[in-house]
Design a protein around this ligand. Sequence first.
Ligand SMILES: Nc1ncnc2c1ncn2[C@@H]1O[C@H](COP(=O)(O)OP(=O)(O)O)[C@@H](O)[C@H]1O
Ligand SMILES: CCCC(=O)OP(=O)(O)O
Length: 366
Amino acid sequence: MSEKRTFRQLVINPGSTSTKFAVFDNERCIFEKKVEHDAAELKQFTRVADQKDYRTGVVLKALEEAGIPLSSFDAVVGRGGILGPMESGTYLVNETMKEELQNCPREEHASNLGGLIADEIAGRNGIPAYIVDPVCTDEMSDVARITGLPDLEKFSFCHALNMKAVARKVAQKMGRRLEECNFVVAHLGSGISIAPFRRGRIVDVNGATQEGPFSPERCGGLPAMQLMKLCYSGKYSYEQMQEMLMKSGGMYAYLGTKDVREAEERAAAGDEKAQLVLEAMAYQIAKEIGAMAVVLEGDLDRIIITGGIARSEFITGRVIRMVGFLAPVEVVPGEEELESLALGGLRVLRGEEKPKVYRGTRRLEE
Ligand SMILES: Nc1ncnc2c1ncn2[C@@H]1O[C@H](COP(=O)(O)OP(=O)(O)O)[C@@H](O)[C@H]1O
Ligand SMILES: CCCC(=O)OP(=O)(O)O
């Protein structure tokens, strides 16, 4: 019997406050590390892309300390960023992609560093760099793009990497391929994405930074007229509003914590406000799942709940009570982003998939 070749990959997931990275030999993780970055240290960089050399250095230092030589890698894979809308899959980091990530990403987000750091390290070794199922994965139907105001076109922005990976696993458990199933997948983390998967494609989704349920740190969808009045009230600057919507809104704005566990403890100890806010988060999540089930016209095989908050029985219990009539619910706690990056790279290294080629931004709004 012939020996199966072992492919070694370095996978990198840059977050807003940390960089997570790991080394995989085929499907097996042999090294994993999370480096928390000091807020003051990151503050010296004006733009996210400016952090590339600093974070690359952090990864290289850790690999050296662990005695893992760069020459042992077959590919480097990064969590990909906010490029133009693209189909799900594994993409080669090419010059067009690098130029956009470096100079003109559609939005500033730490995941923009994934492709850049992967390319920097891969380049030192003459091996390919990839990104997998980036946050700009866009498989939405045309009808889902219409907002009601022609100036504002809805675009897809979600936790595609973990959602696709978890959906693939649930399909596998059911003895099917992802393309043979209809799911509603809810990723519940610091940000929340809830999407209908029609035959494996994400045909709609709440934009994880501006629509749908509020999350531990983000406001989600807000009443538009009231929001407009607040923006023009002179009370807050553009930057303050942005910070409020993205980082200090949602549960944090009500309770002063982004930790659902702490909120649960307070509720259990009789804090009525904590109880109400958690109830409201569960209520909004269930309502969004219901809306996405309607997109699938009720033809769904499973509802899948994943992300850190999927560990919360307080939240999952209430959500399941509200949406359980729609389909069986599968809870897959946590996220598997590093593993998902490795599996995406591996499918290409093994020749099971061809790497896709990014051809540049197709700006829907222009
Ligand atoms: N055991 C748990 N019970 C309840 N909530 C949890 C648990 N573990 C993590 N969480 C919550 O999950 C959220 C973070 O989710 P996570 O998917 O790790 O987010 P991200 O990676 O997007 O920052 C936090 O609000 C955290 O309190
Ligand atoms: C919608 C994907 C981008 C995002 O919000 O990711 P984090 O929750 O990791 O910040």
